[in-house]
Design a protein around this ligand. Sequence first.
Ligand SMILES: Nc1nc2c(ncn2[C@@H]2O[C@H](COP(=O)(O)OP(=O)(O)OP(=O)(O)O)[C@@H](O)[C@H]2O)c(=O)[nH]1
Ligand SMILES: [Mg+2]
Length: 386
Amino acid sequence: MKLVVIGLGQCGCRIADEFARLNKMAISQRGAEICPGVFAVNTDAADLSGLRTIKSDYQHRILIGGRKTGGHGVGKINEMGAEVAREDADKIVDALRATKHFYEADAFLLVASTGGGTGSGSLPIITQHVKERYSEKPVYAMAVLPFEHEQENEERTIYNSAVCLKSIYSVADAVILVDNQRYVKKGYSLQYNLDLINSFMVEPFYDLLCAGEEKKAGRVGGKTLDAGDIIQTLKGWTAIGHGTAKGSFKMGSTHFRDKSTETHKGIQAMDAAIAELSTRVSPKDAGRAMYLISAPVKEINMDLVKDLGDWLKDLAPNAVIRNGDYPIGKTLDITLVMSDLSDVEIVRNYYNKSTALVPIMKLRMEEVKAKLQNIDKAGKDIPTVF
Ligand SMILES: Nc1nc2c(ncn2[C@@H]2O[C@H](COP(=O)(O)OP(=O)(O)OP(=O)(O)O)[C@@H](O)[C@H]2O)c(=O)[nH]1
Ligand SMILES: [Mg+2]
């Protein structure tokens, strides 16, 4: 599957940069292009300069709201993020067309954090514009949820998240929830941690996107998971995970002991993928699910596929399950998608906590507006040089 990726705001741009790296890796290791266009959109010029892989021309690193923000971000004011996105949406949508293999792309993926201003405000607006302009391709959003400590110290973070989630759910074909807190490794510096977290966040997409783009006959699965399967699976609230079976083991053996170890290892990888899901969800709430087995070719057999399917059906009894295999690598890995979720506790919590904040935020905005009007009034008789 080929995705056009658009990062919005600092977090979104850095994760989009990781997708650009993944694409380079896919081309060099597997001869497959998975992200034919990767774009970074921000109100902050310095953040755009800090990216590593996304092309550095102005059509790939797109500065928006220049006049309003002076290139310094919107300081967590998501309404302003939305406003500048609305004004500059055409600039972004036009840049997408310049993608070399644009018409080969199967879908769009827009990425942003929910807690900031630029990304959180612009994610729903740009998603809506992309959908209107390119109605034939699905548009997915990846929403990065804040760390716990940010929610404790800053109510804006909770409010922005609730507003962003409600808005994006109403426009995107699927919202992939990615919770920063799930990836925290205590003791590392913040920068190191964020880099590490960003690379973990894109990891599950590698096999998932490559599987259907493989050109080498030996690496095409018995049941290939292609763009059609992924598009059929992604809908509404979604979580994604990736797990690897630990240790070495003999697969493809006919001995009864090895046979049970083989299934056991498959289930171990599936359990790891569930534990690594990008946000905490209950598999019982999934209306659709998908898993991809990646393992050396000799080692993928019907028993393993069947046992894993049965296992997942027990865990997610309400889900339509799709699956595929990808004969590659030296380990047994599972990439898992839980989609069409009827309930996600963390989203519910953001909504509940924010309901009380709505009047407070409205009052604050009115106060700021009134103060600005007072300044304007005080200066109404002063001439300017223009
Ligand atoms: N995973 C991850 N989270 C990040 C990263 N950078 C920031 N965040 C999170 O994103 C939220 C802050 O949003 P930013 O993306 O920095 O904000 P922005 O969209 O640039 O908006 P403004 O700076 O307010 O204009 C916080 O919850 C951060 O923890 C990153 O590189 N990776
Ligand atoms: Mg910023």
